[in-house]
Ligand binder design. Structure first.
Ligand code: PEP
Ligand code: MN
Length: 337
Protein backbone atom coordinates (compact mmCIF):
# COMPACT_ATOMS: atom_id res chain seq x y z
CA UNK A 1 0.00 0.00 0.00
CA UNK A 2 1.51 3.32 -1.11
CA UNK A 3 0.27 6.83 -0.46
CA UNK A 4 1.87 9.58 -2.53
CA UNK A 5 1.46 13.00 -0.89
CA UNK A 6 0.90 16.12 -3.00
CA UNK A 7 3.81 18.42 -3.71
CA UNK A 8 3.72 20.94 -0.87
CA UNK A 9 1.60 18.79 1.44
CA UNK A 10 2.04 20.00 5.02
CA UNK A 11 3.66 18.00 7.80
CA UNK A 12 0.33 17.96 9.64
CA UNK A 13 -1.43 16.46 6.61
CA UNK A 14 1.28 13.82 6.26
CA UNK A 15 1.06 13.03 9.97
CA UNK A 16 -2.68 12.52 9.84
CA UNK A 17 -2.36 10.10 6.92
CA UNK A 18 0.32 8.20 8.85
CA UNK A 19 -1.99 8.05 11.87
CA UNK A 20 -4.83 6.77 9.73
CA UNK A 21 -2.62 4.06 8.22
CA UNK A 22 -1.50 3.00 11.70
CA UNK A 23 -5.15 2.80 12.83
CA UNK A 24 -5.78 0.53 9.85
CA UNK A 25 -3.03 -1.81 11.09
CA UNK A 26 -0.17 -0.82 8.78
CA UNK A 27 3.45 -0.27 9.72
CA UNK A 28 4.39 2.96 7.96
CA UNK A 29 7.69 3.61 6.17
CA UNK A 30 8.27 7.13 4.97
CA UNK A 31 10.32 8.17 1.97
CA UNK A 32 10.92 11.88 1.40
CA UNK A 33 11.69 12.55 -2.25
CA UNK A 34 12.65 15.80 -3.95
CA UNK A 35 9.01 16.57 -4.79
CA UNK A 36 6.81 14.09 -3.04
CA UNK A 37 6.67 12.28 0.24
CA UNK A 38 5.69 8.64 -0.23
CA UNK A 39 4.24 6.58 2.64
CA UNK A 40 4.61 2.83 2.37
CA UNK A 41 2.10 0.94 4.46
CA UNK A 42 3.18 -2.62 5.17
CA UNK A 43 0.69 -4.90 6.82
CA UNK A 44 -1.57 -7.88 6.56
CA UNK A 45 -4.60 -5.93 5.37
CA UNK A 46 -5.43 -6.16 1.70
CA UNK A 47 -9.19 -5.60 1.55
CA UNK A 48 -9.53 -1.88 2.03
CA UNK A 49 -10.67 0.83 -0.34
CA UNK A 50 -7.80 3.13 -1.39
CA UNK A 51 -10.40 5.84 -2.05
CA UNK A 52 -10.80 6.22 1.73
CA UNK A 53 -7.27 7.60 1.89
CA UNK A 54 -7.36 9.43 -1.42
CA UNK A 55 -9.94 11.87 -0.08
CA UNK A 56 -7.71 12.94 2.80
CA UNK A 57 -6.15 16.41 2.71
CA UNK A 58 -2.76 16.55 0.99
CA UNK A 59 -3.00 13.10 -0.63
CA UNK A 60 -2.17 12.90 -4.34
CA UNK A 61 -2.80 9.25 -4.99
CA UNK A 62 -2.98 5.90 -3.29
CA UNK A 63 -2.04 2.49 -4.72
CA UNK A 64 -2.39 -1.02 -3.51
CA UNK A 65 0.92 -2.75 -4.25
CA UNK A 66 0.48 -6.29 -5.36
CA UNK A 67 4.16 -7.27 -5.55
CA UNK A 68 5.47 -9.23 -2.61
CA UNK A 69 8.16 -6.65 -1.92
CA UNK A 70 7.04 -3.10 -1.26
CA UNK A 71 9.85 -1.05 0.27
CA UNK A 72 12.34 -2.41 -2.28
CA UNK A 73 9.94 -1.63 -5.13
CA UNK A 74 10.64 1.23 -7.54
CA UNK A 75 7.16 2.62 -6.65
CA UNK A 76 8.39 3.44 -3.14
CA UNK A 77 11.04 5.83 -4.47
CA UNK A 78 10.47 6.41 -8.19
CA UNK A 79 13.49 8.70 -8.51
CA UNK A 80 15.90 6.01 -7.28
CA UNK A 81 18.02 5.83 -4.15
CA UNK A 82 21.39 7.52 -3.83
CA UNK A 83 23.40 6.25 -0.85
CA UNK A 84 25.80 8.75 0.64
CA UNK A 85 28.69 7.19 2.52
CA UNK A 86 31.27 9.76 3.51
CA UNK A 87 32.07 11.58 0.29
CA UNK A 88 31.01 8.65 -1.90
CA UNK A 89 27.60 8.56 -3.61
CA UNK A 90 26.27 5.25 -4.86
CA UNK A 91 23.32 5.32 -7.24
CA UNK A 92 24.13 8.77 -8.63
CA UNK A 93 25.85 9.65 -11.90
CA UNK A 94 29.19 8.06 -10.94
CA UNK A 95 29.80 4.34 -11.24
CA UNK A 96 31.53 3.48 -7.97
CA UNK A 97 34.25 0.86 -7.96
CA UNK A 98 34.93 -1.39 -4.95
CA UNK A 99 38.10 -3.40 -5.41
CA UNK A 100 40.62 -5.46 -3.49
CA UNK A 101 41.55 -9.03 -2.74
CA UNK A 102 39.12 -11.84 -2.07
CA UNK A 103 40.59 -12.28 1.43
CA UNK A 104 42.60 -10.14 3.80
CA UNK A 105 45.92 -12.00 4.16
CA UNK A 106 48.55 -9.68 5.65
CA UNK A 107 49.50 -6.07 6.37
CA UNK A 108 51.77 -5.92 3.31
CA UNK A 109 49.14 -7.39 0.99
CA UNK A 110 46.47 -4.92 2.15
CA UNK A 111 48.74 -1.87 2.08
CA UNK A 112 49.77 -2.68 -1.47
CA UNK A 113 46.20 -3.48 -2.53
CA UNK A 114 44.88 -0.23 -1.07
CA UNK A 115 47.59 1.78 -2.80
CA UNK A 116 46.92 0.11 -6.17
CA UNK A 117 43.13 0.40 -6.11
CA UNK A 118 43.11 3.98 -4.80
CA UNK A 119 45.64 5.09 -7.38
CA UNK A 120 43.54 3.57 -10.17
CA UNK A 121 40.44 5.45 -8.99
CA UNK A 122 38.49 2.99 -6.81
CA UNK A 123 36.71 4.61 -3.85
CA UNK A 124 36.14 1.51 -1.72
CA UNK A 125 38.41 -1.38 -0.78
CA UNK A 126 37.02 -4.89 -0.45
CA UNK A 127 38.47 -7.87 1.40
CA UNK A 128 36.97 -10.72 3.38
CA UNK A 129 37.99 -11.24 7.00
CA UNK A 130 35.31 -13.90 7.50
CA UNK A 131 35.28 -16.21 4.50
CA UNK A 132 32.41 -18.51 3.48
CA UNK A 133 34.44 -21.36 1.93
CA UNK A 134 32.92 -24.45 0.34
CA UNK A 135 35.46 -26.61 2.18
CA UNK A 136 36.03 -26.40 5.95
CA UNK A 137 39.72 -27.08 5.27
CA UNK A 138 40.18 -23.94 3.11
CA UNK A 139 41.46 -20.65 4.56
CA UNK A 140 38.64 -19.21 6.69
CA UNK A 141 39.84 -15.62 7.02
CA UNK A 142 41.80 -13.54 9.55
CA UNK A 143 38.78 -12.38 11.56
CA UNK A 144 39.10 -9.19 13.64
CA UNK A 145 42.80 -8.82 12.94
CA UNK A 146 42.01 -8.81 9.22
CA UNK A 147 39.40 -6.09 9.70
CA UNK A 148 41.87 -3.97 11.66
CA UNK A 149 44.50 -4.36 8.94
CA UNK A 150 42.06 -3.44 6.18
CA UNK A 151 40.70 -0.41 8.06
CA UNK A 152 44.20 0.98 8.55
CA UNK A 153 45.15 0.45 4.91
CA UNK A 154 41.89 2.05 3.76
CA UNK A 155 42.31 5.10 6.01
CA UNK A 156 45.85 5.67 4.81
CA UNK A 157 44.61 5.72 1.22
CA UNK A 158 41.32 7.62 1.60
CA UNK A 159 39.15 4.57 0.88
CA UNK A 160 35.94 3.21 2.38
CA UNK A 161 35.73 -0.45 3.42
CA UNK A 162 33.31 -3.22 2.41
CA UNK A 163 33.57 -6.61 4.10
CA UNK A 164 31.41 -9.67 4.58
CA UNK A 165 29.34 -10.49 7.64
CA UNK A 166 28.54 -14.21 7.85
CA UNK A 167 26.73 -14.39 11.15
CA UNK A 168 24.72 -12.19 13.52
CA UNK A 169 27.45 -12.51 16.13
CA UNK A 170 29.94 -10.80 13.81
CA UNK A 171 27.76 -7.70 13.28
CA UNK A 172 29.32 -5.53 16.05
CA UNK A 173 32.82 -6.15 14.68
CA UNK A 174 31.81 -5.32 11.13
CA UNK A 175 29.98 -2.19 12.28
CA UNK A 176 33.13 -1.09 14.08
CA UNK A 177 35.57 -1.59 11.20
CA UNK A 178 33.62 -1.53 7.94
CA UNK A 179 31.63 1.18 6.14
CA UNK A 180 29.50 -1.30 4.18
CA UNK A 181 28.46 -4.77 5.37
CA UNK A 182 28.40 -7.43 2.65
CA UNK A 183 25.95 -10.31 2.77
CA UNK A 184 27.42 -13.11 0.66
CA UNK A 185 25.59 -15.21 -1.89
CA UNK A 186 25.42 -18.16 0.48
CA UNK A 187 23.69 -16.05 3.10
CA UNK A 188 21.17 -14.23 0.90
CA UNK A 189 18.35 -16.17 2.49
CA UNK A 190 19.72 -16.30 6.03
CA UNK A 191 16.60 -14.56 7.27
CA UNK A 192 17.74 -14.20 10.87
CA UNK A 193 20.88 -12.40 9.68
CA UNK A 194 18.83 -10.19 7.33
CA UNK A 195 16.46 -9.23 10.15
CA UNK A 196 19.36 -8.25 12.39
CA UNK A 197 20.86 -6.16 9.60
CA UNK A 198 17.56 -4.29 9.45
CA UNK A 199 18.51 -2.84 12.82
CA UNK A 200 21.99 -1.77 11.76
CA UNK A 201 22.70 1.78 10.67
CA UNK A 202 25.26 0.96 8.00
CA UNK A 203 24.69 0.28 4.30
CA UNK A 204 24.34 -3.36 3.23
CA UNK A 205 25.67 -4.90 0.02
CA UNK A 206 23.33 -7.83 -0.59
CA UNK A 207 24.63 -10.43 -3.03
CA UNK A 208 22.33 -12.55 -5.13
CA UNK A 209 22.21 -16.19 -4.03
CA UNK A 210 23.74 -18.76 -6.35
CA UNK A 211 20.30 -20.14 -7.23
CA UNK A 212 18.12 -17.16 -6.39
CA UNK A 213 15.59 -15.50 -8.65
CA UNK A 214 15.47 -11.74 -8.96
CA UNK A 215 12.26 -11.70 -6.93
CA UNK A 216 13.92 -13.68 -4.13
CA UNK A 217 16.79 -11.17 -4.09
CA UNK A 218 14.30 -8.32 -3.78
CA UNK A 219 12.43 -10.13 -1.00
CA UNK A 220 15.71 -10.51 0.89
CA UNK A 221 16.28 -6.77 0.51
CA UNK A 222 12.74 -6.30 1.84
CA UNK A 223 13.68 -8.24 5.01
CA UNK A 224 16.45 -5.73 5.73
CA UNK A 225 14.37 -2.68 4.80
CA UNK A 226 11.31 -3.72 6.77
CA UNK A 227 13.53 -3.61 9.85
CA UNK A 228 14.20 0.08 9.16
CA UNK A 229 17.52 -0.04 7.30
CA UNK A 230 16.80 1.39 3.84
CA UNK A 231 20.45 1.55 2.83
CA UNK A 232 20.68 -1.56 0.70
CA UNK A 233 22.58 -2.24 -2.52
CA UNK A 234 21.78 -5.24 -4.70
CA UNK A 235 24.65 -7.22 -6.23
CA UNK A 236 24.55 -9.45 -9.31
CA UNK A 237 27.43 -11.92 -8.91
CA UNK A 238 26.46 -14.70 -11.28
CA UNK A 239 24.12 -17.63 -10.81
CA UNK A 240 24.58 -21.36 -11.17
CA UNK A 241 23.40 -22.76 -14.50
CA UNK A 242 24.23 -25.82 -16.63
CA UNK A 243 27.13 -23.89 -18.20
CA UNK A 244 30.59 -24.94 -17.05
CA UNK A 245 32.87 -22.63 -19.08
CA UNK A 246 32.59 -19.99 -16.39
CA UNK A 247 32.40 -20.44 -12.61
CA UNK A 248 28.93 -18.87 -12.60
CA UNK A 249 26.71 -17.38 -15.30
CA UNK A 250 26.87 -13.60 -15.04
CA UNK A 251 23.27 -12.46 -15.50
CA UNK A 252 23.81 -9.08 -17.12
CA UNK A 253 20.09 -8.79 -17.88
CA UNK A 254 19.43 -8.80 -14.14
CA UNK A 255 20.94 -5.31 -14.00
CA UNK A 256 18.29 -3.47 -16.07
CA UNK A 257 15.58 -5.72 -14.62
CA UNK A 258 16.57 -4.77 -11.05
CA UNK A 259 16.83 -1.10 -12.02
CA UNK A 260 13.28 -1.24 -13.34
CA UNK A 261 11.76 -3.19 -10.44
CA UNK A 262 13.62 -1.46 -7.62
CA UNK A 263 14.95 1.95 -6.61
CA UNK A 264 18.00 0.43 -4.93
CA UNK A 265 21.51 0.84 -6.41
CA UNK A 266 22.74 -2.17 -8.38
CA UNK A 267 26.34 -3.39 -8.17
CA UNK A 268 27.91 -5.94 -10.52
CA UNK A 269 30.60 -8.44 -9.50
CA UNK A 270 32.26 -9.76 -12.66
CA UNK A 271 34.94 -11.61 -10.63
CA UNK A 272 32.63 -14.14 -8.98
CA UNK A 273 30.34 -13.80 -12.01
CA UNK A 274 32.91 -15.43 -14.31
CA UNK A 275 35.57 -17.02 -12.07
CA UNK A 276 38.26 -16.38 -14.68
CA UNK A 277 40.54 -13.37 -14.86
CA UNK A 278 40.31 -13.05 -18.66
CA UNK A 279 36.56 -12.53 -18.58
CA UNK A 280 36.41 -9.98 -15.78
CA UNK A 281 37.11 -6.90 -17.87
CA UNK A 282 34.63 -7.67 -20.69
CA UNK A 283 31.91 -8.37 -18.11
CA UNK A 284 32.78 -5.18 -16.21
CA UNK A 285 32.34 -3.23 -19.44
CA UNK A 286 29.04 -5.00 -20.12
CA UNK A 287 27.78 -4.31 -16.60
CA UNK A 288 28.52 -0.59 -16.86
CA UNK A 289 26.84 -0.48 -20.27
CA UNK A 290 23.80 -2.26 -18.80
CA UNK A 291 23.40 0.41 -16.12
CA UNK A 292 25.23 -0.89 -13.04
CA UNK A 293 25.79 1.77 -10.36
CA UNK A 294 28.97 0.11 -9.19
CA UNK A 295 31.48 -2.69 -9.71
CA UNK A 296 32.94 -5.12 -7.18
CA UNK A 297 36.25 -6.45 -8.49
CA UNK A 298 38.90 -8.75 -7.03
CA UNK A 299 42.45 -7.38 -7.33
CA UNK A 300 45.62 -8.66 -5.64
CA UNK A 301 49.27 -7.57 -5.90
CA UNK A 302 50.22 -11.20 -6.62
CA UNK A 303 47.09 -13.19 -7.58
CA UNK A 304 49.03 -16.40 -8.24
CA UNK A 305 49.74 -16.60 -4.52
CA UNK A 306 46.33 -15.39 -3.30
CA UNK A 307 44.83 -17.43 -0.43
CA UNK A 308 41.47 -17.56 -2.25
CA UNK A 309 39.97 -16.93 -5.71
CA UNK A 310 43.32 -16.26 -7.42
CA UNK A 311 42.05 -17.48 -10.80
CA UNK A 312 39.48 -14.69 -11.01
CA UNK A 313 41.66 -12.00 -9.45
CA UNK A 314 43.17 -9.21 -11.56
CA UNK A 315 46.79 -8.12 -11.46
CA UNK A 316 47.28 -4.42 -10.66
CA UNK A 317 47.95 -3.43 -14.27
CA UNK A 318 44.86 -5.31 -15.46
CA UNK A 319 42.79 -3.41 -12.90
CA UNK A 320 44.17 -0.09 -14.13
CA UNK A 321 43.08 -1.05 -17.64
CA UNK A 322 39.64 -2.09 -16.37
CA UNK A 323 39.20 1.33 -14.77
CA UNK A 324 40.18 3.03 -18.00
CA UNK A 325 37.87 1.00 -20.19
CA UNK A 326 34.96 1.16 -17.75
CA UNK A 327 35.41 4.94 -17.74
CA UNK A 328 35.05 5.04 -21.54
CA UNK A 329 31.89 2.94 -21.44
CA UNK A 330 30.44 5.06 -18.63
CA UNK A 331 31.12 8.25 -20.61
CA UNK A 332 29.25 6.78 -23.60
CA UNK A 333 26.07 6.56 -21.49
CA UNK A 334 26.48 9.91 -19.76
CA UNK A 335 28.10 8.62 -16.56
CA UNK A 336 31.61 8.53 -15.18
CA UNK A 337 33.70 6.11 -13.15
C1 PEP B 1 33.20 -12.48 -1.91
O1 PEP B 1 32.78 -11.41 -2.37
O2 PEP B 1 34.34 -12.64 -1.47
C2 PEP B 1 32.30 -13.65 -1.90
C3 PEP B 1 32.53 -14.69 -1.09
O3 PEP B 1 31.32 -13.55 -2.79
P1 PEP B 1 29.99 -14.44 -3.01
O4 PEP B 1 29.26 -14.42 -1.73
O5 PEP B 1 29.30 -13.71 -4.12
O6 PEP B 1 30.45 -15.81 -3.42
MN1 MN C 1 36.17 -14.14 -3.67
Amino acid sequence: MLVVMQEGATEAQTESVIQRLVEMGFTVHRSTGVRHTVLGGVGPIDDFDPAALEVMEGVKECHRIVSAYKLASRHFRPGGTVLRIGSVEIGGPSVVVMAGPCSVESVEQMEESARVVAQAGARIIRGGAFKPRSSPYSFQGMGEEGLRIMRAAADRNGLLVVSEVMDQMQIPLLVEYSDILQVGARNMQNFNLLRELGRVRKPILLKRGIAATIEELLLSAEYIMSGGNYEVMLCERGIRTFETSTRNTMDIAAIPVLKRLSHLPVIADPSHGTGKRDYVMPMARAAVAAGADGLLVEVHPDPDHAFSDGAQTLRPEQFQELMKQSGSIAAAIGRRV
